[in-house]
Design a protein around this ligand. Sequence first.
Ligand SMILES: Cc1cc2nc3c(=O)[nH]c(=O)nc-3n(C[C@H](O)[C@H](O)[C@H](O)COP(=O)(O)OP(=O)(O)OC[C@H]3O[C@@H](n4cnc5c(N)ncnc54)[C@H](O)[C@@H]3O)c2cc1C
Ligand code: SF4
Length: 350
Amino acid sequence: MHPFQYERARNAKSAVSTVSRNASSTFIAGGTSHIDLMKENVHRPDLVVDVSGLPLQSIAAQGGGIRIGANVSNTQVAYHAEVVSRYPVLSEAILAGASAQIRNMASTAGNPLQRTRCPYFRDTSQSCNKREPGTGCAAITGINRVHAIFGASEACIATHPSDMAVALSALDAIVQTQGPRGNRSIPFPEFHRLPENTPQLDTVLQQGELITSIDLPTFSGRSHYLKARERASYAFALVSCAVTLEMDGATIRRARIALGGVAHKPWRTPEAEAMLAGKAPSETLFREAARAAFANAKPLEHNAYKIPLGQNLMVRALMETSGLLPLQGPAGTALASSAGGVAGIIPLTA
Ligand SMILES: Cc1cc2nc3c(=O)[nH]c(=O)nc-3n(C[C@H](O)[C@H](O)[C@H](O)COP(=O)(O)OP(=O)(O)OC[C@H]3O[C@@H](n4cnc5c(N)ncnc54)[C@H](O)[C@@H]3O)c2cc1C
Ligand code: SF4
């Protein structure tokens, strides 16, 4: 492990100033992602600025929606009554990830900033343009089973691993930041980037730009998250799907769909979203939308399975969100109503 200095941030302003002036420094919050990468020598900062003590720990009403402070833990978000009743997709996505212990430590800002789980990125004996720009990409000719089917480049085919980020994209959340040049509001679908020829950059954040909160806009529809993975818990998504539906009676007024595990960022599906607007929910319609969503997928040697898996997952998520099928949680659990005010995951009983 590379030796480093550790500093506790006194306030947001000084943290931004310190990290923006030193390209070899970084923020840390829960540390559940960043410390692992430092131990594996993937990240080698000279200075770590701990922002976990900054007073960014509240969940508050904000313009009809809610504002979640950057340091609110994933557990606190997932079980917050307003989130469970109004934004169940976010609660379900968080609870589909990691373990209870990790969610207790993981922060609202740190989760969407976790880095790819591409095995070659974490193996310093392999070439990786994301870890070391210009060295090549071992995954392109290697085992690329978990890699991207959308938006990849010749430099990088990695996927983004966060479940929470997929739900935030479908909710059109807004990331609030404080940077060296002032404050910014970044719409979540624009927050993560595609790899292009600079895969070392995961997001549009600048060096030293601090996330202060994530805002959920007002939303009164139904929402739901489903995740396909290799075992029922403690595994990253092969493919996942976050759905929000706003209804006019029995007709879908507006649909937003984001896919996880398929691209370098949560992948919104504008073609499918447009096909659903103004229509009544049906399995036929949802199958057409899923075909449209994956029409431009570009599978690699080992990951073509993500297309039928993703299409079927999307149809199921839409069926459950619209009420055509009972809601199922990600790990063999049935969920309470996502449209009403009932909280939490209920174990499936026979
Ligand atoms: C074994 C294991 C299994 C996991 N499984 C899943 C899973 O299934 N699904 C899933 O989604 N996640 C999973 N995770 C990842 C976990 O959710 C993340 O590690 C966690 O959310 C990161 O949050 P943190 O606060 O610990 O971030 P940290 O490790 O502290 O930081 C992560 C990044 O965020 C930056 N950062 C932190 N706070 C700020 C801020 N306020 N402003 C700007 N930058 C900031 C840091 O500089 C760093 O780059 C798993 C992790 C582990 C270890
Ligand atoms: S896919 Fe991206 S992260 Fe993985 S080895 Fe290639 S460049 Fe690195």
